[in-house]
Design a protein around this ligand. Structure first.
Ligand code: C6P
Length: 407
């Protein structure tokens, strides 16, 4: 995988006098020059609004924008491009389902099920919906190692459950959840499953038909694409019966003084001028990842996680969260160094050119479950190497000595 590193110009720099080691891809990934070139070329040559013009630039922009939608469809094996809605990112995708499908289908006393490991984006929309509808919000318990068993799922979902909303891969624990099996249980009770794939889509193959996901959201910026673009996948029948969330240009068929009708799918959910360059950039990112192969990416990250766990264990004084089996987790490791606040740790590492994230990772209920207020997190992607992990481990050893000496 080392050869891909050269595609990421940003990595070729020094930070605070040291070669940059970027270990914060779960927050946002770096972008390969192939994606940057496509965006640049679009603005240089084709920039125009979509679905409006009869002029050549408008047609080119529309072709690229809709061409990217087909790439997204293929990427997650959706049946039709009608099922692919462009959004601003995972947060908007999940909010769209909660305020669209959720408001139309959830009633007083119904259950919405989420888990303790959800990112706020897959928690607050359901919390709000439950409050509004007087529905019951239930949490799937976690095992000590941060996994969810199917027994827990079976014991929590009931015939009153309308929605199960769950992450495919946790941005804190790294846990990969058995979505296909959870979907089966949800469907047996007449519930739908909403999948947060923000930390999954960039790192492993996704087949929405095989998973039998009803809705699934992800963000372009975590998979080599630009910020401000994401995807909401929804089964056509469910999207068809769902009302639009935003009203205005682009999404209408016919407007009269007191009544309007909507365009067909997917456009009825894409009000206003869309993020055209973003969608085209996302298409380029999908081309890039597909060329490498999602299986290869997943294997590379498993190797890195396995190596990192092994080397980090040797340091002593580190609490590492999430499952120990590298095959059960995605490419990130969340940890704390005894007696050191994760922000201080991240600052010391940054002084050595190593970028990690520290904080609550937008998962405050999970922090409570872990009995801590914050953690440090190193996350990996295609461009990371074992040498990067050696630098991290060296940095952590140095930080440990530094804090031991100072305090
Ligand atoms: N997690 C992280 O550092 P947006 O911001 O809409 O692109 O993605 C939200 C989101 C939803 N679900 C999961 C599992 C996520 O990890 C994220 C984003 C980043 O962990 C930023 S908080």
């Amino acid at each position: 995988m080392n050869e891909f590193r050269k595609d990421f110009p940003i990595l070729n720099q020094e930070v605070n006098g040291h070669p940059l080691v970027y270990l914060d891809s779960a927050a946002t990934s770096q972008k390969p020059k192939q994606v940057l070139d496509v965006i640049r070329r679009y603005y240089d040559l084709d920039n125009s609004n979509v679905h409006r013009g009869v002029h050549t630039l408008g047609n080119r922009a529309t072709d690229s924008y809709e061409g990217s939608r087909e790439k997204v469809r293929k990427f997650i094996n959706a049946k039709s491009t009608k099922e692919i809605i462009y959004t601003r990112g995972t947060t908007t995708s999940l909010n769209t389902v909660a305020s669209g499908y959720g408001r139309q289908h959830v009633e007083e006393g119904d259950e919405i099920i989420i888990s303790y490991m959800e990112h706020h984006s897959n928690l607050i929309p359901w919390q709000q919906l439950a409050k509004e509808k007087k529905a019951v919000l239930k949490y799937l318990d976690l095992e000590e190692d941060g996994t969810i068993t199917l027994e827990t799922v079976r014991n929590t979902i009931t015939d009153k459950t309308k929605i199960v909303a769950i992450t495919m891969a946790s941005n804190v624990l790294g846990t990969i959840n058995p979505i296909k099996e959870i979907a089966e249980i949800a469907h047996a009770h007449g519930a739908i499953i909403v999948v947060d794939a923000a930390q999954a889509a960039p790192h492993m193959p996704i087949d929405v038909q095989d998973l039998d996901a009803d809705f699934l959201g992800f963000s372009g910026h975590k998979m080599g694409g630009p910020t401000g673009i994401g995807v909401l996948y929804g089964k056509e029948a469910l999207l068809e019966e769902m009302d639009p969330i935003e009203f205005g240009g682009e999404m209408i068929d016919f407007v009269d003084l007191y009544e309007s009708t909507w365009k067909e799918l997917p456009w009825k959910f894409e009000g206003g001028t869309p993020n055209i360059a973003g969608a085209i950039g996302l298409g380029a990112a999908i081309d890039y990842l597909t060329e490498i192969g999602l299986e290869n990416i997943a294997n590379h990250e498993h190797e890195l996680v396995e190596y990192a766990l092994q080397e980090m264990d040797k340091i002593g004084g580190l609490s590492i969260y999430g499952p120990r089996d590298p095959n059960q987790r995605c490419g990130l490791i969340t940890f704390n160094l005894e007696g050191v606040h994760p922000h201080d740790l991240a600052t010391v590492l940054d002084m050595n050119g190593i970028a990690i994230r520290a904080g609550h990772h937008c998962a405050q209920p999970l922090m409570k479950w872990l009995s801590c207020s914050a953690t440090a997190r190193a996350s990996f992607y295609i461009y990371n190497t074992k040498q990067d992990i050696d630098r991290l481990v060296e940095g952590l050893r140095g930080a440990k000595e530094y804090f031991n000496d100072v305090f």
